[in-house]
Every structure is written in structure tokens, then in C-alpha cells.
Design a protein around this ligand. Structure first.
Ligand code: ADP
Length: 540
């Protein structure tokens, strides 16, 4: 027997309708690319998103068509997402940090019919335009006054483009399972793979993320997504904020410590989310300026492992750190580190120990860790295995790719290796391909890196395995010193010694001026292994 409740579809248009109706005057503040801080609100975002949808329809964009965005976090980008999905089309976020050939590859793979881009990316697109035969029109996310001269096909400024319609439009009535967003994984090896979010998966993921143990959003909150909208759905924030009436503060293209601190202070930001690199820049600024954020209560850090020293520094400032883990295929958040009641009373090192783990899964995410034969391993905080996930916002296939990606129980293999403890907290040991196998035992590169960056002179660290005649592989530590620091390799090893099993200690330390990164800001270990291909270890 079916229930007798209404079929109220979980559509993205419902989110902005709600935001505009219940929290219409709640602000959306942007550090604009043109310079000044721009202010609008959810009612105006909705009104202009309706124009976007109407204008897309007039340009012939039909349900299921892909429309790319190549843009920083701004109010226009937000209007574009709601307009595109409200017209039944699919926003395809393109990461501008990708290599130009990769950008061309994914735009062609997605068959994007239109590209909406910041003015700062016009030159990049012009250089690629010959290869982008599928793109019929380019819309530059600016106004007529700031519109650059360009030879891009049918180019128009966003303001002129939406200025040609009146906004008298009704959101399309869609099946909630319809595709809404497309985001390609970084693809450090092989081609990037497209993850195709649905209206339903985005709505459910954003509801789960708004909850108190995750982003903890309320209408009184003010949230700053430093994480870009092109980085895996901006971790849900573009949806979770209007869904709760939280004020939304968007950083535009300036992610440096001074700019982020200023936004936090002037806008009374209570929660901010970003990758460790961004928070390292903020910490450096706070240190230099002897400043301290006054309104910030909750700091979400994810995308890569947060070093212990970073968590300690923020917690010392009275800001609670929520360490999160996830991936593009999970919309993207899979776990987040709020303290359950059994752990809430912990203090000092014991509290930080828990905060260093990547937290527990929210409702809508199911997990298991499995051993060599695919058997389930216990949640004892010691057994480690492949981390596999299932859920309402987890991919079941890649876009235009027939390869099956789920196991017999319907779980997706994340490629990460982890432990899960009795309280359900996940600890990511490594990406499976980055683990170092020494004498038949595994060494976690993440743990060594996190320890090394705790050294006062070390800015960034990476650990890779180097072939060794006796042990198979041994760890090499590669570090970037802080400005004006010259740490000695022996001093770094002495600092690490005693804090880990002695056989985990790296066999050598190499000091370099920079490390290679992927387009989402993660250490590029594939590149690093290439750079150190000829490296021999002292004892070998
Ligand atoms: P995203 O685009 O969301 O960063 P990717 O799919 O590029 O996602 O990368 C996801 C991978 O990043 C995960 O599989 C994991 O290896 C790593 N990762 C993300 N968050 C963390 C974290 N908090 N700690 C350790 N590794 C993390």
C-alpha cells in the first residue's frame, strides 16, 4: 500500500523558492571580481535566476542540455546555477585550474552548448575556442561596462543577456531524478570522469549537510564557502544556505588570508569551509597581523587531510574545527567531524586526536571497510581496508561511460584506505595507491606528512615510497620550508622521531622550493613520483 502524502518533488527550484519566500531579505554578499563588495538577497537571486532560465530557453537550451560555468564564487554564478537547473538544463562546473587541454576535453565530452564564464577567463577560452565546436554561445559574467572585447562566438555580457527578458517564467516541472549538475573528477591519471548529480541527490545531500552535526546552519548563521563552486558542488553550500536562510558570503577570486579575514570580520561569518591550503594562508595572516576572527565559530576543513598543528591552532583561537572527508563522486561530503556525546567531554590531546580523524557519516551515507577478499572488517579503529560507500548522493556510474563502478552490495570503492572506530569515526590512512609498503607492512604517507608540517620551519610536506632492495619500498619525505627558514633534514627527522613507530621514520629528506599540486589543490603524487624517479636512498 502506498502512503497518501503528496508527491512533492525534491527539485533545486524548491530551494530558491523557499529561500526567497521565508528568507527573502537575507543577504548574499560577494567580493566582486570588478572590485567592490556587492550585496543582494535571496529574493533578488530568485528573480534573476528566473530570467536566466527564461533566457536559456529563448536561446534554445532544452532540458538535459549542458551549460558550463567557468567562474569563481559570486552572486551571478549562483543565479546561473539556479537558472540553469530551473530550466531543466545541467550546470557543468569547469575547474579553471585544469590544464587548458583538459578543459577543452571535458567541455567536449560534456557537449556543453553554452559557456558562462568570468571575464578573467575570456583569454583562456579564446585560446581554446577553435577546439570547442559544441559551444554555441559564451556569456561573460559581468555587465556591459566591464565587458571585454572578445571574438568568442555570440559573446554577450550576463547583464545584457538577462536584460532582454522580463522573468515571467515558471520553473520546469521535472522528475526529481533528472540530472542537475555535472562535475568531472580531477583525473590525475587517464581522462577525467563526469559525475552527474540529480535534483534529488543535491537536495538530500544539502539537507544532510545543513544539520547541526555538519555545517550546523540556521537562519542566524553566516557562511563563507571559500571552497569554489567548481570544486565538487561547493560542498553543498550553494544549496544548504538558501535552504536554511543562512547569509551567504562569497569570496570571488581573492582567497588570500587578508581578504578572507576581512570578509569574516565585516560580514560576521560564523562558519567557513575550505581546503587545508586556504586555512594555512589564513593562519599565516593571523599570525603576522596578530589578528583573531571574532565571529567565526565553526571551521570546516576537507578535501585533503588537515594537519594536527592546524587543528590545534584554530581550536586554540576558540574556533571549533570540523574535519570532513569526501569526494566528487559523493556530492561530495562523506563524513564530518562533530563530537558525539560520548566524546564531547574530551579535552586537550584526546580531543585533538578525535578531531584529526575525518568524522562520521551523516544520514544518507553508508560505509564499510573491506579486506583483500572484499570481506567486511570490524569497526575497531585498528583494522584498515578499502573504504566503500553507498547512499542517496553517491554516484552509481560515470557520465557517458558504461564501466560498472559498484560492488555486489551496491557500494562504490572510494580508492581510500581507512579505519573506522567503534564510535563510527573514519580515519583516512591514505589513497590506496599512495600507501608505502615496507617489509610487507603499510606506512601511511598522510600521517608522516601531517607530523612533518608540525615542525615550526616546515610549510608543506609530501611523502612517497622509493624502491628499496631490502624492504621493497621506503618513505622519502619532501618538504617546502616556510619563508626565510632553512630546516636541516636531521632536525626534521629528530622532531618526528618518537612520535611514530621507529620503522616509519623516512629514510631521507629532500628540501624543495615547491611541490606539484592537482587542480583541486591536492598534492600531485603522480608528478612527484616522476620527479623523484631517479632518487636512491642512503642505505640502499
Ligand atoms: P574533491 O574534488 O572533492 O576534492 P576528489 O574526488 O578530487 O574530490 O578527491 C577526493 C579525495 O581527496 C578522497 O578520495 C581522499 O583521498 C582525499 N580527501 C578528501 N578529504 C580528505 C581528508 N579530510 N583527509 C584525507 N584525504 C581526503
Amino acid at each position: 500500500m502506498l502512503g497518501l502524502m503528496q508527491d512533492w518533488p525534491l527539485l533545486i527550484s524548491k530551494i530558491i523558492d523557499y529561500g526567497a519566500c521565508q528568507h527573502g531579505s537575507r543577504e548574499v554578499v560577494t567580493r566582486s571580481l570588478e572590485g567592490p563588495v556587492h550585496r543582494t538577497d535571496y529574493a533578488a537571486i530568485r528573480a534573476r535566476a528566473l530570467r536566466v532560465a527564461q533566457r536559456l530557453q529563448r536561446d534554445g537550451i532544452a532540458p538535459g542540455d549542458r551549460v558550463a560555468t567557468l567562474a569563481w564564487n559570486t552572486w551571478r554564478h549562483l543565479e546561473a546555477w539556479y537558472g540553469i537547473t530551473g530550466a531543466g538544463a545541467i550546470y557543468h562546473t569547469v575547474n579553471p585550474r585544469l590544464f587548458p587541454e583538459q578543459i577543452a576535453w571535458i567541455i567536449n565530452h560534456a557537449q556543453d552548448r553554452m559557456v558562462l564564464a568570468d571575464a578573467s577567463f575570456v583569454a583562456l577560452l579564446e585560446a581554446l575556442a577553435d577546439k570547442l565546436g559544441c559551444v554555441e554561445r559564451y556569456v561573460v559574467l559581468t555587465d556591459g561596462a566591464h565587458m571585454p572585447a572578445t571574438r568568442l562566438r555570440n559573446a554577450v555580457s550576463f547583464e545584457d543577456w538577462i536584460g532582454e527578458v522580463d522573468g515571467d517564467f515558471r520553473w520546469l516541472d521535472l522528475d526529481e531524478r533528472s540530472a542537475a549538475g555535472l562535475c568531472y573528477t580531477s583525473g590525475t591519471t587517464g581522462h577525467p570522469k563526469g559525475v552527474l548529480y540529480s535534483h534529488r541527490s543535491n537536495v538530500l545531500h544539502s539537507m544532510a549537510m545543513a544539520a547541526p552535526d555538519a555545517l550546523g546552519l540556521a537562519s542566524r548563521s553566516a557562511i563563507l564557502p571559500v571552497v569554489p563552486m567548481f570544486h565538487a558542488n561547493s560542498w553543498s553550500i550553494a544549496f544548504s544556505a538558501p535552504m536554511t536562510g543562512a547569509k551567504l558570503v562569497l569570496p570571488g577570486a581573492r582567497l588570500d588570508g587578508a581578504a578572507i579575514f576581512e570578509l569574516i570580520e565585516t560580514e560576521g561569518v560564523t562558519c567557513a569551509a575550505g581546503v587545508p591550503t586556504v586555512w594555512a594562508m589564513l593562519l599565516r595572516y593571523l599570525d603576522e597581523a596578530r589578528a583573531r576572527p571574532s565571529s567565526l565559530q565553526r571551521l570546516i576543513v576537507g578535501g585533503a587531510a588537515a594537519p594536527r598543528s592546524m587543528i590545534e591552532q584554530f581550536e586554540r583561537l576558540g574556533i571549533e574545527v570540523f574535519h570532513a572527508w569526501g569526494m566528487t563522486e559523493m556530492s561530495p561530503v562523506g563524513s564530518i567531524g562533530s563530537l558525539k556525546p560520548a566524546l564531547g567531554a574530551l579535552e586537550g590531546d584526546a580531543r585533538i586526536d578525535v578531531k584529526c580523524k575525518q568524522g562520521f557519516a551523516p544520514f544518507s551515507v553508508e560505509m564499510k571497510i573491506t579486506g583483500e577478499q572484499g570481506e567486511r572488517l570490524p569497526w575497531d579503529g585498528k583494522s584498515y581496508g578499502r573504504l566503500k560507500v553507498a547512499g542517496a548522493a553517491v554516484a552509481r556510474a560515470y557520465f557517458r561511460d558504461a564501466t560498472p563502478i559498484l560492488d555486489d552490495e551496491g557500494y562504490f570503492d572510494t580508492g581510500d584506505v581507512a579505519t573506522i572506530d567503534a564510535n563510527g569515526y573514519v580515519q583516512i590512512t591514505d589513497r590506496s595507491k599512495d600507501m608505502i609498503k615496507s617489509g610487507g607492512e603499510w606506512i601511511s604517507s598522510i600521517e608522516l606528512e601531517n607530523l612533518a608540517v608540525g615542525h615550526p620551519d616546515v610549510a608543506e610536506a609530501a611523502v612517497i615510497g622509493i624502491a628499496h632492495p631490502k624492504w621493497g619500498e621506503r618513505p622519502l619525505l619532501v618538504v617546502v620550508p616556510k619563508p626565510d627558514c632553512r630546516p636541516r633534514p636531521e632536525a626534521i627527522l629528530a622532531f618526528m622521531s618518537g612520535k611514530i613507530a621507529h620503522w616509519w621514520l623516512p629514510d631521507a629528506v629532500s628540501i624543495v622550493s615547491e611541490l606539484p599540486h592537482t587542480a583541486t589543490g591536492k598534492l600531485n603524487k603522480v608528478k612527484l613520483r616522476e620527479l623523484f624517479r631517479e632518487q636512491r636512498l642512503p642505505a640502499a
